[in-house]
Design a protein around this ligand. Sequence first.
Ligand code: SF4
Length: 436
Amino acid sequence: MPSCAAERDSSMPLVMAGGAALFLNPEPVADFMDFICVGEAETLLPALLRVLTVDEQIVRRELLARCAVVPGVYVPSFYQITYAGAGIASRITLDPAPPTVQRLWDGDRNGAPTVSTILTENTEFSHMYLVEVARGCPRGCRFCAAGFIYLPYRQRSMESVMEEVRKGLQKKKKIGLVGAAVSDFKGIGELSRFIVQQGGKVSVASLRIDCLDEQLVDSLKVSGHKTVALAPEGGSQRLRDLIKKNIDEEQILSACDLLIGKDMLNLKLYFIIGLPTETMADLDEMIALVAKVRDRVIDAARKNKRLGEVLLSVNPFIPKPFTPFQWCGMEDLKSLEKKVRYLQKGLGGLSNVRMQMEGLKDAYLQALLSRGDRRLAPLILQAGEKGWKKAARELKIDTDSWVRRDISLDEVLPWDFIDSGDKEKLVSEYRKAFSA
Ligand code: SF4
């Protein structure tokens, strides 16, 4: 079957896609899809399925026209896009200007529960039953896609979560609580204790530094959690303020003290490098902060005659659509490599500190797909066979012009046709970040 939608005929199935990556920016894969679901399936799918399950024989174009009027459905072939200029710098014209596609979100999170439905050993989380406790995040860190594309923040009620936990414990011993900011869930301590009291174990991906709940930490310990993850993200106070993390060093160290006091001696810390305006001085501050955390871990480990470790997960900043930092270019890979070496050297003398890193080239591709548009389709088609670099060279596609460039606030962005919330708010957050 041809990859491009334009080359497929009525005898072939329709190809659709959805999910977070697609409602961030569907444009790089738009040519391959007959239609794309923009938003949350709970709200979008019922109306779409009614359209798709018609009995009558209708031609493909007519069926797509019916899909296009379903809120949240984007049919790329109905949008004629003209680019004048190169890369993301080009002016984008939609002709004729179609209505924007609205990102749909589910207003009733106590309705359809989101839980593990297929339990198989062949998944990353095969040993636990996942239960979503909340969707979105109320914090609004300026770089974070999850904090913006799932707005508004919605919690499930405690009763409905507990009901799902009871069902889950009949299938698995461990319950994984899911949400962008699980520790913001009101009653997280009570919920985690409930799981333990029911004879289960509890797991969460990471904990918010400024609202560590002792009951939750106790429950994680009883559940055999060996490592707890915290996310300072910015190495220096200046950068934490820039990204609106709203935490300071004292809070980070207090959170570490609380965990260490509970004998949780393996701490994982998430940091981002290459944030806009970052300098080596910010990295020095990060190294100093890690040294303070590590000293605390070592002291406690000595006293308790145990081993403790600080694991750093360091990842580069990738500009994401619909965030206040969508206009900021990604840092050059060579400069990021230099920063990584600087960190490795600075942290090298610290025993019991280990650093993990996402591949920088993968991060670059993520940025390209995040900020790209339909002109990337030929590159995507050829990259599998030739590799991205060679394919880009042969196609004369300057990927840097999407990835690296700071975009001015008045430019039309490839994903601007999606109505995902308040763009003015993004502009205002961007201005606040850089006016300080
Ligand atoms: S980084 Fe974490 S706390 Fe900040 S907006 Fe994203 S999910 Fe929320």
